[in-house]
Ligand binder design. Structure first.
Ligand code: ASP
Length: 331
């Protein structure tokens, strides 16, 4: 009998290991660094969540290196496209937010399908937003801002992170509620937008507390309101009124972040990532950091892949008609 060469046997053995799946004793996922795509600029709120999460997540993934790659532009759709079209091997992941659910209503030719082209790993946090202004704005509180807006119609600009960003949705609803059109100024993320708010180049911005709370606390920006239904308890933000309490009936925008992999990533890898995510979200250093920035770490059923996908489907159904009613879209 002729024996097969050793290389052939090794090849067969690794095929068996693959067939047994990533959760088996043979599997070594992850055995190299993982790229975590953030669809916005470095230094912004989504980027901060990714970097803080990466630090604790890696501990539960064989201490593997997690490389954050910022692919900003087009309201988060460029980064999401990059992951949707990546190899489904567990080594390219996406950390995105509400924008993954608003993009289908905003883009006529979105290069991916939010519900079909990703595997859902789980949700990370809920994050309220704040309405802030350049430090030189001559309005100290919301009542004064309202008067200033009335007196400056046609001249006001509003920063956002592009069509489909959370800042875009929040700003859109704010303009609608106020009955005022503002000139929107899109950036690749709200980190560069914040630089221009601080420098006085743009007037207003609606952004996550994870980006604004330290600037509000140090008095470097004007802070007018929180966009959530209830006031916040975080010390830096607890004095801010809700927009609802200022007469903007029903105003409630709270966003969230989640973790995704390209469609077709093996279930064993998704399960392993979900287990690691659940463990990471219990790390006290991560919880403390999120709380200090006004965010709430997820502990409910939205942490499971299936429930998170259901939640995103519900968000698509919730925001789609609102966006369509506002007549906003892009090709
Ligand atoms: N906060 C941004 C948004 O408006 C994105 C970011 O820079 O993280 O969606």
């Amino acid at each position: 009998m002729k024996l097969a060469p050793v290389s052939q046997w090794l090849g067969r053995l690794s095929a068996v290991c693959l067939a047994l799946g990533a959760g088996s004793a043979f599997a070594a996922y992850p055995d190299r660094s993982i790229t975590l795509v953030v669809p916005f600029a470095a230094g912004g709120p989504t980027d901060k969540v990714a970097r803080d999460l990466g630090e604790v997540l890696r501990k539960h993934l064989n201490n593997t290196t997690i490389i954050v790659e910022n692919v900003g532009g087009a309201g988060g759709t460029l980064g999401a496209t990059r992951v949707a079209k990546s190899s489904p091997d567990g080594y390219t992941l996406l950390l995105h937010h509400l924008g993954i659910a608003t993009a289908p209503a905003l883009y006529r030719n979105l290069p991916y399908k939010t519900l079909d082209d990703f595997e859902y790993i789980g949700m990370i946090n809920d994050v309220p937003m704040t309405l802030i202004g350049r430090p030189t704005l001559p309005a100290a509180n919301f009542a004064e801002l309202r008067k200033w807006i009335d007196g400056n119609k046609g001249k006001i600009n509003l920063a956002n992170a592009g069509l489909g960003a959370a800042s875009h949705l929040c700003g859109l609803l704010f303009q609608q509620a106020m009955g005022v059109d503002m000139t929107t100024v899109p950036y690749k993320g709200t980190a560069p937008a914040m630089t221009d708010i601080l420098g006085g180049q743009v007037d207003l911005m609606c952004d996550q507390t994870t980006n604004t709370s330290s600037q509000i606390e140090s008095g470097r920006v004007r802070a007018y309101a929180v966009t959530s239904a209830k006031p916040l308890t975080t010390p830096a933000l607890s004095k801010l009124p809700t927009l609802e309490s200022q007469g903007l009936k029903g105003f409630n925008v709270t966003i969230w972040h989640g973790l995704y992999a390209p469609h077709g990533t093996p279930k064993a890898i998704i399960d392993q990532l979900n287990t690691a995510l659940r463990a990471a979200l219990k790390e006290p250093e991560f919880i403390k950091r999120e709380e200090s920035l006004g965010a709430v770490v997820i502990t409910d059923e939205r942490l499971s892949p299936a429930e998170h996908k259901k939640f995103v489907a519900a968000e698509i159904a919730k925001w789609g008609p609102v966006i369509k009613a506002a007549g906003q879209y892009a090709d």
